[in-house]
Design a protein around this ligand. Structure first.
Ligand SMILES: CC(C)(COP(=O)(O)OP(=O)(O)OC[C@H]1O[C@@H](n2cnc3c(N)ncnc32)[C@H](O)[C@@H]1OP(=O)(O)O)[C@@H](O)C(=O)NCCC(=O)NCCS
Length: 139
């Protein structure tokens, strides 16, 4: 499901960002979970043959952001805690997922995972998001 925002130039998911990752997520409202299949382009290499850690953090953050956004929740990341468990290969099929675990007041607690095709968790993250007034995100 492409983002419903017009002219979405988000680096991770925006169709209108020529330099973006163009991630396409699916959303399961029952699980409050967003998922995406992807392969990492070699231009995002860090250590030789593997993905850069900053790009992995971007993916994990975006999966949680989509679990909020595709459920109609407007929120921003206020904390991101990434665990890099295994080297992430370039070009190989990967599965990215983000899920809301709980909500306390304006604070939303989420988890995300990046897995390989065999189902091994390569990296995962905990994120805290804060609900914000949509007007604050507009310029
Ligand atoms: C999120 C933001 C709008 C919060 O501003 P605000 O609406 O005025 O919220 P407040 O500062 O009143 O904080 C609200 C609550 O969140 C908590 N909080 C705010 N920032 C936090 C952070 N980085 N880590 C943990 N908690 C944080 C505050 O302690 C407060 O908690 P409390 O109610 O338990 O006291 C502002 O910090 C911001 O714009 N941050 C940048 C977000 C961003 O760029 N994210 C990456 C891209 S999405």
């Amino acid at each position: 499901v492409p983002s419903i925002r017009k002219k979405n130039r988000c680096f991770a998911c925006g169709p209108y960002n020529p330099d973006g990752l163009h991630l396409i997520f699916h959303y399961d409202p029952k699980k409050i979970e967003a998922t995406c299949r992807l392969r990492i382009n070699p231009k995002y290499q860090g250590a030789t043959g593997f993905a850069h850690g900053g790009l992995i953090a971007t993916l994990l953050d975006e999966a949680m952001a989509k679990a909020n956004g595709m459920g109609g929740v407007i929120a921003v990341t206020i904390n991101l805690d990434v665990r890099y468990r295994k080297m992430v290969p370039l070009r190989k099929p990967l599965m990215l997922s983000g899920k809301r675990i709980r909500a306390i007041g304006r604070k939303l607690y989420l988890r995300s995972e990046l897995r390989n095709q065999a189902g091994d968790v390569l990296a995962d993250a905990r994120g805290i998001f804060l609900r914000v007034d949509p007007e604050r995100l507009r310029r």
